[in-house]
Design a protein around this ligand. Sequence first.
Ligand SMILES: NC(=O)c1ccc[n+]([C@@H]2O[C@H](COP(=O)([O-])OP(=O)(O)OC[C@H]3O[C@@H](n4cnc5c(N)ncnc54)[C@H](O)[C@@H]3O)[C@@H](O)[C@H]2O)c1
Ligand SMILES: [Zn+2]
Ligand SMILES: [Zn+2]
Length: 369
Amino acid sequence: MKSRAAVAWGPNQPLSVEEVDVMLPKKGEVLIKVIASGVCHTDAFTLSGEDPEGIFPCILGHEGGGIVEQVGEGVTSVQVGDHVIPLYTPECGECKFCLSGKTNLCQKIRETQGKGLMPDGTTRFYKDGKPIFHYMGCSTFSEYTVLPEISLAKVNKKAPLEEVCLLGCGVTTGMGAVMNTAKVEEGATVAIFGLGGIGLSAVIGATMAKASRIIVIDINDSKFELARELGATDCINPKEYAKPIQEVIVELTDGGVDYSFECIGNVDVMRSALECCHKGWGESVIIGVAGAGQEISTRPFQLVTGRVWRGTAFGGVKGRSELPDYVERYLQGEFKLDDFITHTMPLEEINESFDLMHAGKSIRSVIHF
Ligand SMILES: NC(=O)c1ccc[n+]([C@@H]2O[C@H](COP(=O)([O-])OP(=O)(O)OC[C@H]3O[C@@H](n4cnc5c(N)ncnc54)[C@H](O)[C@@H]3O)[C@@H](O)[C@H]2O)c1
Ligand SMILES: [Zn+2]
Ligand SMILES: [Zn+2]
């Protein structure tokens, strides 16, 4: 079938909105009509050519909300008309990782997904007979897209897909990192580096966890107003200090914070985030994705003296079994999503969303199909 899609023909080129052919879903696959998709920094990262897994041409987008249009052979967990959120971290429920109960990193289709292909090793997108690759198993910058059944979370139809699409990546990642990965407890002190969609969601998570102090750090002052509204208690711009920002935070907090979160993808900031943690117990969680080949460093003594360094993908959330509950909590008013949506636009204007992101003017742009 025909579909409008924003095709990334190569790194560092604007996306090209055109008509592509989408093949019908095969065994275990589902065709969905995408209603809305957020634009995440990870899309920009891949488009920049810095992502070692980036394969072109591809259709980017991984923060979507859609409606099941057609199911392939053997699909039983979703049916036509169901509202779904695509998952770049699937949940098969039967691989070693799913069965461990210790991680959300299902590996069932990892190999083919990383190559931009469906589990059978082929693609469902073509242009003039030429294959176009999938992206993160989602490719939500297309009006129609095909996903494996295990990569779909079925959610409450009452939730507006134009908003809960953000739960497909950014908001869940930030909130989950705080509540699931770090398990921030009431009264804890928290530092959050970077106030994009991820960092601001971490602020929401910290507020929900009743952290006593939420220190946010960004080089763009314009991010502070919303951060404060969401519960940040101290806003710090590192540009205003001559000394390393970790020293500033350690002084401010009588020895360091209980938890810190890096939501930028900058390895130097990752070091600051670890070193602003309290001796003996402080934990730092890396969320940001650094460029290919980059490495983190610190003095091992930082860890010997009790600090913990860890990372998280998709906030540690198991998509099929746990994401629907995030949607319910949103519907019950526990947190808002419209605060994050600074811009909406049709697919035809998608390149503008990348410009806004690079200029630091947006938190999230959402594409409406
Ligand atoms: N681990 C995961 O599962 C996961 C999921 C989604 C996104 N990510 C990654 O998280 C990161 C953040 O994504 P986003 O969409 O929120 O990005 P974004 O670009 O919207 O926000 C980044 C923020 O960091 C600030 N910043 C940049 N350099 C800084 C510095 N040196 N010190 C302080 N602040 C600085 C920017 O001003 C901006 O406000 C990206 O690296 C993205 O790839 C990870
Ligand atoms: Zn993302
Ligand atoms: Zn699995």
